[in-house]
Design a protein around this ligand. Structure first.
Ligand code: ADP
Length: 358
């Protein structure tokens, strides 16, 4: 197990493109860290710098407190699982998992014992004699993971490992990856664009956008205390609802709706008069039943989606659209005009210009 430090890490590609800006992070021993963000935000570039597959342009990278910028992938004692499983098609599952150990000259008896133990962890015991083509996508991914974890490395890197699986397999593999992490205890860095994967797997999440770290925190911290509009909108499904408007007389108004924001702005209320703010609330925060200490919103029900354990309700409040999450027993009729209640302690306000939380 290893701990990792990234200090002001930057990546400037040879063509001059600045893909990662001043990335700072301390990863503890055994921690499960997830880099999340839209495609092109610099997640894989950062992971590849950690793996030693890509030069670090600026900044310092340390493993167990020792500068490792110049170390090759071997010296870093890292195992990596890629999106494409990269299994050897002509080799059995056993040989695919054993391959790395054979290269290292580990003796046969030990290889056999370790492959069997790894296969047992991954539920592959009955498939050891098969060729990869006779496996499902999920089983192939498990073989790729097996090949990585059998090496007993200190750091385990995964780049979108579930993206080639169907929705059901992804859910199964997600919990398996979580269990594998518990049983190996390896420090893990995992890249995904999927916020659900990040929320369900990570000890801490790093949210990235355009090469910049936006926020680092536990899933709960990011959900309840997002630092800006981007993180608030990226974490959570359906995403947080936003209403942008100018503060006039301590409220933002649209049609017959008026949302008072002065209380929430507190001492900043005066300075925000005449300025734009972004008003945010989560789909589950808004209620059809009256609640105390709440703002009200009058809106038209445009569409309802029954999902089973809950339902999504799409509303339009004088041109401002929002999504609500309700129980299946609360689904309102379509086209109904209703009053919705929004507890004041579940409101978020962001600066309209900087988009930072207020
Ligand atoms: P992500 O993993 O978040 O999808 P990447 O780290 O792969 O993003 O890429 C970040 C940015 O760097 C993208 O804009 C991408 O086009 C650019 N990029 C990636 N590899 C190279 C390269 N070899 N040369 C120049 N730009 C690159």
């Amino acid at each position: 197990m290893a701990y990792i430090t990234l200090r002001d890490i930057n990546k400037i590609y040879p063509n001059g493109y600045h893909a990662v800006h001043n990335f700072n992070l301390d990863i503890e021993k055994g921690e499960f860290i997830i880099f999340v963000g839209p495609s092109g935000c610099g997640k894989s570039t950062t992971l590849r710098m950690i793996a030693g597959l890509e030069d670090i342009s600026k900044g310092e990278f340390l493993i167990n407190g020792q500068r490792a910028n110049e170390w090759g992938p071997q010296q870093r004692e890292i195992a990596m699982v890629f999106q494409s499983y990269a299994l050897y098609p002509q080799m059995t599952v056993f040989d695919n998992i054993a391959f790395g150990l054979e290269l290292m000259g580990v003796d046969e008896e030990e290889i056999e014992a370790r492959v069997k133990k790894t296969a047992a962890i991954l539920g592959l015991t009955d498939y050891l004699d098969r060729l990869p083509r006779a496996l499902s996508g999920g089983q192939r991914q498990r073989v790729a993971i097996g090949r990585a974890i059998i090496r007993k490395v200190g750091i385990f890197l995964m780049d979108e490992p579930l993206s080639n699986l169907d929705a059901k397999q992804r859910v199964t593999m997600r919990s398996e990856i979580s269990q594998i992490h518990k049983s190996t205890g390896a420090t893990t860095i995992y890249v995904t664009h999927d916020q659900t994967e990040a929320m369900t797997l990570a000890d801490r999440i790093v949210v990235m956008k355009d090469g910049y770290v936006q926020q680092i925190g536990t899933p709960k911290e990011l959900y309840f205390n997002p630092v800006n509009v981007f993180v608030a909108g990226f974490i959570g499904e359906p995403p947080m609802n936003f209403i942008k408007g100018k503060v006039q007389g301590g409220a933002i108004s649209f049609g017959a709706n008026k949302l008072p924001v002065a209380d929430k702005l507190g001492s900043k209320a005066n300075s925000y008069e005449g300025k734009e703010v972004v008003f945010g609330f989560r789909p589950e925060a808004i209620s059809i039943q009256p609640v105390s200490d709440a703002l009200t919103l009058t809106a038209q029900v445009e569409l309802t989606e029954m999902l089973g354990d809950n339902a999504n309700v799409y509303i339009d409040a004088n041109g401002q659209k929002a999504i609500l999450k309700v129980t299946p027993h609360e689904i309102p009729a379509m086209d109904e005009a209703l009053t919705f209640y929004l507890p004041t302690d579940q409101i978020y306000l962001f600066d309209g210009e900087t988009e930072k939380v207020l």
